[in-house]
Each structure stands twice: as C-alpha cells, then as structure tokens.
Design a protein around this ligand. Structure first.
Ligand SMILES: *[C@@H]1O[C@H](CO)[C@@H](O)[C@H](O)[C@H]1NC(C)=O
Ligand SMILES: *[C@@H]1O[C@H](CO)[C@@H](O)[C@H](O)[C@H]1NC(C)=O
Ligand SMILES: *[C@@H]1O[C@H](CO)[C@@H](O)[C@H](O)[C@H]1NC(C)=O
Ligand SMILES: *[C@@H]1O[C@H](CO)[C@@H](O)[C@H](O)[C@H]1NC(C)=O
Length: 510
C-alpha cells in the first residue's frame, strides 16, 4: 500500500500525521503504545488487545501430533524437477561499445528497490548501455538513507554481471554533475519522467535510446515497476533473475550478523534440569531447525485493511482517523463490513491468528520461531498470545547484543536485509501478509526449492469468523487447506511478476 498513495502528497501527509501525533494521544491512547500502556487507567475505553479465539487457543495448547506428522512438517521439500537456470541462452555478450550511461532512482522499501535494481540491469542490457549503481531514495515512511553500497556488496554485483552488462559505481568526471541533486533542482533534458508502468523493451529503444545518443546519459525516474514482465527476450528474463538471486548479496557485516543470529537460532535452547530429560531429548531432535515468521502488522497495514482487530471502539476510531489522515478516506476496504472483508480473505492475520495457524500446522512449544518484524501495532500486548504458543520465539533483539546490532539499529533497510538473510537460511518460512517481502522470499526460496508456507487467507478468514468451531475441526481443515501451499512450484502466468514466480523463465526442468 506504500505504492498506492501519491508520492508528491506524502511529505504533506506525513507532516499532517505529525500534527496528529500531538493531538491524538489525548483521546486515542493506544495508537501510541508507551503512553497508553503506562497509564491505562486514564483511558477507560482502551483495552489491551485480548485473545479473540480463546477456545481455539486452548485446543492449540493441548494438542498432540503424531511422530509422522512432526517429521513431515520439518522435512525439506522433495525434488520437484526444476532447477535454477539463469545462464544466458546465447552466451554472455557485452556490447562492443556502450551507448551511454543509465541512471535510475528507486523508491520504496528494500524489497521494492531490489526489483528496481533487477529491472535497471535489464534495461541497461536492452539499450547496450552502462548502468550506474542505482540511487536508493529515502522512503518517507521507513526513513532510511542507506545507499546501495551500504546494503549490497558492490564489487560482487559488478563482478557477477561483468560479462553481460557493464556497471560503474561512479560516473566518469565529465558526467560527474549528473547527481541526484542536479535532477532534484530543475527540469533536465536527460531525465525521462514518462516511462509507463510495465513498459516494453521497444518503449526503451524508442524513448531512451535517442536521449542516450544525444547526451551520452539518461536518467529514468520514476522507475519502479517500469519494465514489463511479458514479451521480453528469454535472455533478459534470465538476466533479471541472475541479478536477483546471484548478483545481489548483502555487505559482509550484514551477512556476519545474519550468520550469528542463525547460529544462535540453531543452537538447542538453554540448559535444562535432569528431571526434564525427556523434554530435553525432544528438543535435541529439534535442534538446528527453525521457522521464520514474517509478521507485517503495523498501524499502516491495520488501518488500510479497514478490518476489526478486536481492540474495541477506541481502536476502531484510531484506525479510522489514521485512514482519514493518510489516505483522505479513499480506502476501498472501508466500504465493506469486517465480516465481508474476512470472508474474502482481505484482513491481515493478527499475531494471535497466525499463531493458531502455525499450531494447526504442527508447530509446538519446542519449535524455534524467528520473528521477522518491523513494528507490531499494539506492541507486546498484541504478540503475547503468539508467545504463549511459542515460548521459544526470538528476534534480532533477543538473539544479539546492542553492540552487535549497533550498525543496523534504526536503519529500516539494513534491518530488513538481516531479516531477509535469516529468512533465506531457515528450514521453513511463512509470511502473515502478502507484500513485497513475502513475494521476494517466496520467489527466492522457490528458486532454491525451500519450504515456504503461504497462508490461505480466504480459508482462514472464514474459519475465524465461526466462533463455535472446535479446535480439532479447525486444525483438520487448516492442515488440509495448506497441504499444497508449502513451496510447490507455481508457474508464472501472463502479467505476473517474475520476482514472485521465477519459473519457468529462470528455472529449467531437470
Ligand atoms: C509444551 O506443551 C506440552 C503439552 O503439549 C506441555 O506438557 C509442556 O509442559 C509444554 N512445555 C513448555 C516449556 O511449555
Ligand atoms: C513438538 O514437536 C517436535 C517436532 O517438531 C516433537 O518432537 C515433540 O514431541 C513435540 N512436542 C510436543 C510437546 O508435542
Ligand atoms: C546491442 O548489441 C547487440 C549485439 O551485441 C545488437 O544486436 C543490438 O542491436 C544492440 N542494441 C542496441 C540498442 O544497440
Ligand atoms: C461453524 O462451525 C460449526 C462446527 O463445525 C458448524 O456446525 C457451523 O455450521 C459453522 N457455522 C458457520 C456459520 O459456518
């Protein structure tokens, strides 16, 4: 939804939102965790989110799974007959002479920028141009000014692609004034503003090549989602995946931190008393395995979904207000009732609901769970049910010291990069909400045939509406409803993103 609202209006909106920060806490405290929680008695209408599905929760806490089911849950995907293939079909080829320099400026969070980088390499290839390392814009929501070089290993990037596209970290001195500031401060002949969404390769040849020919340089901005997914040469598609899955690796300090977290997650949990030897044995069988839960449940998403999350009248009001401020009420979902939205699977799962889903799939209180999450709306109160089900739940803060986290602290893109890295190493990945991070990992893990559970939102939405459902039935239906949603290869259809579905464009039948 970050992409939905107009970029131009954003700073104004954020300023307005800033105003509300001052005004709102007076009557809607739970928007602002610490204040609300510190003085709950001041606000009688405000209640910390409580479990909404108590009887299911109770069932989940007392269930037993057969050994066979446990084994199947954690076992890797079997070979599906597909393997990565990103080698160029016609053999790698660099143009004899570059047509000029291509610059792009990328909006969005880390995973949206990642797609933009892959497209930028592809466009440079289509034009036989030299790509300048993309400039990452500061996102008004995430507020991280990290550059490409701060996040990705530039030398590796250039090196992996060196036989296919020439890439430079910096413009040569005769072009050195073509900076971000240069484009930000006036109308420039070398800036292409009109790239349509999902433009064809011909569009680039017709509209960008002439600029390159007359100026030796062209800047394309905006550039997000500006290259089509269909009707491109096979080699261009493979190149996009090669960038995504081979050329883009994180800088060494992010990989090192990621490895530290992974090692600690794989280590069997704390010392246990000898009276607990049975329990210990169970844990050691589990040792080394972990599941990553990507939970995007921030205020933005909660408000935009227009669903009811059980925080009572105060929460409903707070979210409606937030919707009004950020999107001037233009939120399609707001026209529907909560029940309609849930029936259609359009409500993000709450931490409690995702916990019940995990329990129904067979995860239990000795499963190690890594929570990849930025900020959870409602804070710890909202997460506590999930923690009851999964006491061995960890995150960056619980696994690493402040010193270890110092270089990434407060930097949304670097934190997202660490989560991406830990997610890629996990035995199982599950994302509670569709979005760029979800899609990026579904694709990357499918490319490597790694287990990835995709929640069936429609099924779950409907089940959670039924307040009289018993655990055993819920569990049964959920379990069956996710059998074919664990990483089975899905072929990309027309118009679908190659960054979500890498097969068949970038995978070959073995
Ligand atoms: C885990 O759950 C089992 C029952 O399913 C219970 O007997 C055991 O005490 C629980 N362990 C912890 C650490 O909560
Ligand atoms: C929890 O699951 C593991 C396998 O994932 C299993 O070995 C263990 O027996 C289960 N524990 C309980 C209490 O059900
Ligand atoms: C790019 O180079 C290839 C050969 O290397 C050539 O076939 C193609 O026409 C060139 N395209 C442009 C836009 O220069
Ligand atoms: C809710 O679940 C119960 C038990 O499975 C079932 O009998 C009932 O028909 C369901 N109600 C609705 C409205 O689907």
């Amino acid at each position: 939804m970050k992409q939905i609202y107009n970029y131009q209006n954003q700073s104004r909106i954020m300023a307005l939102a800033g105003l509300f920060v001052i005004i709102l806490p007076i009557f809607i405290p739970n928007l602002f965790g610490p204040l609300g929680r510190a003085f709950p008695s001041l606000f009688s209408e405000w209640n910390a989110p409580k479990p909404r599905h108590l009887s299911l929760l109770n069932g989940a806490l007392h269930q037993h799974f057969s050994i066979k089911q446990q084994y199947e849950l954690w076992s890797p995907l079997s070979n599906q007959g597909w393997e990565p293939c990103t080698q160029s079909i016609n053999g790698p080829s660099l143009p004899e002479k570059s047509r000029g320099f291509i610059q792009v400026f990328l909006d969005g969070g880390l995973n949206q920028q990642r797609m933009g980088i892959c497209d930028a390499v592809a466009v440079a290839k289509i034009l036989n141009a030299t790509l300048v390392i993309p400039h990452l814009e500061v996102n008004p929501v995430w507020q991280d000014s990290s550059s490409f070089t701060d996040i990705f290993d530039v030398d590796h990037f250039i090196n992996v692609l060196r036989y296919e596209v020439s890439i430079v970290a910096k413009l040569p001195s005769e072009y050195s004034w073509y900076t971000r500031e240069y484009y930000g401060t006036g109308i420039r002949a070398t800036r292409i503003k009109t790239a349509p969404v999902h433009a064809s390769s011909n569009w680039y040849l017709e509209n960008v090549l002439p600029v390159l020919q007359s100026h030796g340089i062209a800047a394309i901005a905006p550039f997000s989602h500006r290259l089509a997914f269909d009707n491109l040469p096979d080699d261009i598609q493979r190149l996009r995946c090669k960038v995504n899955f081979q050329a883009l690796v994180f800088v060494p300090h992010i990989q090192a931190l990621g490895n530290t977290l992974v090692q600690r997650l794989r280590r069997p949990p704390g010392k246990l008393q000898s009276s607990q030897t049975n329990y210990l044995r169970e844990k050691i069988e589990d040792a080394g395995k972990y599941v990553v839960l990507h939970l995007r449940f921030d205020k933005d998403m909660a408000a935009h979904s227009a669903c009811d999350f059980g925080g009572g009248k105060a929460e409903r009001l707070a979210l409606a207000k937030y919707r009004q401020v950020l999107w001037q009420g233009r939120v399609l979902n707001a026209q529907f009732t909560d029940e309609m939205l849930r029936t259609q699977g359009r409500c993000p799962l709450t931490p409690e609901e995702i916990g019940l889903l995990l329990a129904a799939l067979g995860f239990n209180n000795s499963s190690r769970l890594y929570l990849a999450s930025h900020k959870v709306y409602g804070g710890e109160a909202r997460i506590s049910t999930l923690r009851t089900l999964f006491p061995l739940m960890e995150d960056k803060k619980s696994l690493a010291s402040q010193e270890e986290l110092a270089r990434v602290e407060g930097k949304a893109s670097l934190l997202a990069a660490v989560d991406y890295y830990v997610s890629m190493q996990s035995n199982i990945f599950i994302s509670a909400s569709p979005g760029n991070m979800h899609n990026a990992l579904v694709a990357h893990r499918s490319y490597l045939n790694l287990k990835t559970i995709r929640p069936n939102m429609v099924l779950l939405g409907q089940l959670f509406l039924n307040k009289s459902m018993e655990w055993s039935e819920f569990q049964n239906v959920v379990f069956k409803g996710h059998k074919n949603r664990q990483g089975q290869v899905r072929l990309r259809k027309a118009k679908q993103s190659i960054y979500t579905y890498p097969a068949p464009d970038c995978m070959c039948e073995a």
